[in-house]
Every structure is written in structure tokens, then in C-alpha cells.
Ligand binder design. Structure first.
Ligand code: T4K
Length: 399
């Protein structure tokens, strides 16, 4: 790592970092704990199919979220697909476009039409005011996303769902260990889905879970996760293979042991970025609600081009040249990706906030791989770039 006092890499200088800094660099807990658990699993010769580590991980997630049932699944995308089928969604489902592509794909994969709704520009979560006008006789549910770990407006969404007899699933992939009005995310709607992917706050290499207080729904999901087997030689349901392995559960349990440290690092990183970016014109860091629990998993920066001397894309180009792999999540919006772009070519007409936020937002690296001194350098790079905006623009856009 070199000092901040240097020529920017985009202008021909050496990159600030010798190796790439990633937005999703995994948090790694105690290797000794992890290897111990994996060794035990090998000794037991029980490697998957709801083994003891999976059961322990499920019990810990239930306990932490205060939700009766946790069914771990091999990843959150499959968990969403299973949850959608178990809840009985069909026809059309209302979903934000400003999310990771897995959210609408989990519907479309089952030939359910995702009907894209706009977001609140402050929180980036589904705007309840945009839902009702999209409801048709074909609508069966709402699939809302607790984006960046911030809860959606759950009260408003549940109110609309009750009025129109719709089911509600929350994609809580970003929201493990976060709260809504003081209650942990997990127990809202018909069910909620967590992701424990390597890049997430709490990781199990790959992994996800459906959590629900509905025992009958939980039972159905358990069957669906395991081909519909109710016992040896007895299939009573249509199912898939959605099981989590013991190695993944070992990683999940080990990550849980480090959760407080990960949270403290994420929070410290968030405050360092806030401090470092505060004085830069046109740049604002997404504010997390101070009266809620949050995992500070993402550093989300919005660029107001009327005030900033560089656009979001120009800033990202500057950072990437320095080996800071800032990401343009979730650009260009799911409605502008296939197959939705072809199936719903006019969707953008009712998604003005999604379009605006998707084209002006970027994410910065955080987690345990990032330290305060690296953050200071990243902020100094952005500051230096903004101060030399004419030169950078000329460099980026001249043929
Ligand atoms: N719903 C929502 C709202 C989601 O955000 C996601 C996933 C899902 C559902 C589905 O959950 P899963 O089925 O994945 O459990 C990444 C993650 O792969 C994805 O899990 C996540 N959201 C999404 C926001 O980010 P990509 O396509 O950007 O992945 P990738 O490979 O570029 O990884 C991100 C960064 O992390 C890169 O700079 C590389 C770095 N990285 C990645 C891995 C896997 C590492 O440094 N180490 C690693 O081991 O989607």
C-alpha cells in the first residue's frame, strides 16, 4: 500500500493498492473453530441432509431472530424459490426493481411475472405508495426487499396485503441481525429469507434460510428442501435438493461466534467513511436509522451530479484504477436486464426513482478486510479526483 500523496492511477500513477479491495470480501472467523467443526463432521461421517451442525445453526438463527422456525437452504436464491412455491404465489407478484437480480429471477424461474414497483429514494426500499396501482386480478403477493439491511415499511406493506388478500415474503438477504421497530427481522410477513453467501455480513460460504412463525409453512418448506421425503421411501410432496451441507453450517456457526466483532468493524468502517466523505460536494452516505439494529454491511454512496464535479461512473472508474473495486449495485435495475428488458420494455416509465438511484449510487469496500487507514486513502482518492475533475473528464472521455 502506498501513501495518498501521489498521482492518481487513472492519470498514469501507480495504483494506491497492490491487491484489489472488494466490496464483498468475506469475514473470516476463527479458523480453529471452523476446522474443529469440520473435523467432527468428518469423524461422524455425516456431511449433509440436516446433520447436527445444520440443526445447531438453525437453532441459533431461530434464537437470535426470535422466530420459531428456521430452515436452512443451500443459498438464498433457492430459498426464495422454495418460499415462493410453498406460500403459493402465482400469476403476478409485486417486487422492487432496485434489488439483486436473484429477487425477480426467483419468481420468473417459476413463470410468475415480477411486476416492478418503484422505491423510496431516501431508503432505496419498496415505496408502499407505488404498490396499489399495480395490483390486478392476477396479483397474488408482494416480494419486498430489506435493502442494505434496512427494513421496508413493513406496517404499510402488511396493511396493503391484508386489504387485498395478498401473501408477503420479505427478501431479507441483507438484513440478518437487523431490526424493525425494535423487533428482529425474520418474523414478518408469511416468511423471510436470509442469505449467508460469502459476501454477506454473516457467511456460510454459500447458504440461505427461510424463517417463519408459521409451523405448517415451515413443515412444507422442510419437505420441499429434501425432494418431498417425509421418511425413507416416502415422498409426499414435490421437492428439490435445497439442503445446506455440514461444512456450510460449520462456517455459519463459526461466523456467528464472531458476529459482534464483525459488527463492530462494519460500524467503525461506516463512521470512518462518513467522516472522510462528509465534506465532499454532492456525495452522501446512506444513513442507517440510529434507533434500529443494523449490520452496517454496505457502504452506500449517492452522487448528486448537480453538486459533484464527477459522475458516479467517473468516480467508480477512478477507484477501480486504484484497485478499489467499487460496485454500481444495483445498476441498471432489474427491469433493464434480461429477460425483463424484453418482456416488459416499458417498465422504466413507472420507475423514475429506481432509474435515478440506480444511476447515481455506488458501494465501497468494507468488512474485516478493510481498515481505517485504507478508508482514509480511499476517501483521499475521491477527494483528489473531485479536485481534478476537468483533467479526469478529459482523460476519460477524449478519444
Ligand atoms: N436477494 C438479494 C437482495 C441479494 O443481494 C442476493 C445476493 C440474493 C437475493 C441471493 O443470495 P444468494 O443466492 O447469493 O445467497 C454478489 C453475491 O454473489 C450475491 O450473493 C449478493 N446478493 C450480491 C449483492 O453480491 P455479485 O454477482 O456482485 O458477486 P461477485 O462475485 O462480484 O462478488 C462481489 C465482490 O466480492 C467481488 O468484488 C468479489 C468479492 N468476493 C466474492 C467472493 C464470492 C470475494 O472477495 N471473495 C469471495 O469469496 O453478487
Amino acid at each position: 500500500m502506498k501513501t495518498k500523496y501521489k498521482m492518481l492511477a487513472i492519470l498514469g500513477g501507480q495504483p494506491a493498492f497492490n491487491s484489489t479491495l472488494h466490496v464483498g470480501s468475506p469475514n473470516i472467523g476463527s479458523r480453529a473453530s471452523l476446522f474443529g467443526r469440520i473435523n467432527d463432521a468428518l469423524d461422524r461421517r455425516w456431511l449433509t441432509n440436516a446433520g447436527p451442525l445444520v440443526e445447531e445453526f438453525e437453532a441459533r438463527v431461530s434464537e437470535l431472530t426470535g422466530v420459531k422456525n428456521c430452515i436452512t437452504i443451500c443459498n438464498a436464491t433457492t430459498a426464495l424459490e422454495i418460499a415462493i412455491r410453498a406460500v403459493g404465489l402465482k400469476g403476478e407478484v409485486i417486487v422492487p426493481s432496485y434489488t439483486f437480480i436473484a429477487t425477480p429471477h426467483a419468481l420468473q424461474w417459476q413463470e410468475i411475472t415480477p411486476v416492478f414497483a418503484d422505491i423510496d429514494p431516501q431508503t432505496h426500499t419498496l415505496d408502499p405508495n407505488c404498490i396499489e396501482r399495480l395490483i390486478t386480478p392476477e396479483t397474488t403477493g408482494i416480494l419486498a426487499v430489506h435493502l442494505w439491511g434496512q427494513a421496508c415499511d413493513i406496517d404499510a406493506i402488511q396493511g396493503i396485503a391484508a386489504k387485498h388478500s395478498l401473501q408477503v415474503i420479505y427478501d431479507a438477504s441483507h438484513a440478518f441481525a437487523c431490526s424493525y421497530k425494535g423487533q428482529m427481522i425474520g418474523g414478518f410477513g408469511d416468511c423471510e429469507v436470509f442469505s449467508f453467501h460469502a459476501t454477506k455480513f454473516l457467511n456460510s460460504f454459500e447458504g440461505g434460510a427461510v424463517v417463519t412463525n408459521d409451523d405448517a409453512l415451515a413443515e412444507k418448506i422442510r419437505l420441499m428442501r429434501n425432494f418431498g421425503f417425509a421418511g425413507y421411501d416416502d415422498v409426499i410432496y414435490l421437492g428439490v435438493n435445497g439442503k445446506m451441507t455440514e461444512v456450510c453450517a460449520a462456517m455459519g456457526l463459526t461466523s456467528l461466534e464472531s458476529m459482534e466483532e464483525i459488527l463492530a468493524t462494519n460500524r467503525a468502517n461506516y463512521l470512518s467513511y462518513q467522516h472522510g466523505l462528509a465534506k465532499l460536494p454532492g456525495l452522501t452516505t446512506l444513513e442507517y436509522k440510529q434507533n434500529e439494529q443494523t449490520n452496517y454491511q454496505y457502504i452506500v454512496v449517492n452522487v448528486d451530479q448537480t453538486e459533484s464535479h464527477l459522475s458516479r461512473d467517473e468516480i467508480v472508474a477512478v477507484l477501480q484504477a486504484e484497485n478499489v473495486l467499487a460496485r454500481k449495485y444495483f445498476w441498471p435495475g432489474c427491469h433493464r436486464m434480461e429477460p425483463y428488458k424484453s418482456l416488459q420494455p416499458n417498465a422504466h416509465l413507472h420507475l423514475p426513482q429506481t432509474e435515478r438511484v440506480a444511476s447515481s449510487t455506488f458501494l465501497l469496500p468494507t468488512g474485516q478486510a478493510i481498515t481505517a487507514d485504507k478508508i482514509q486513502i480511499i476517501c483521499a482518492i475521491i477527494e483528489s479526483a473531485l479536485a481534478q475533475s476537468d483533467l479526469i473528464r478529459h482523460h476519460l472521455h477524449s478519444p
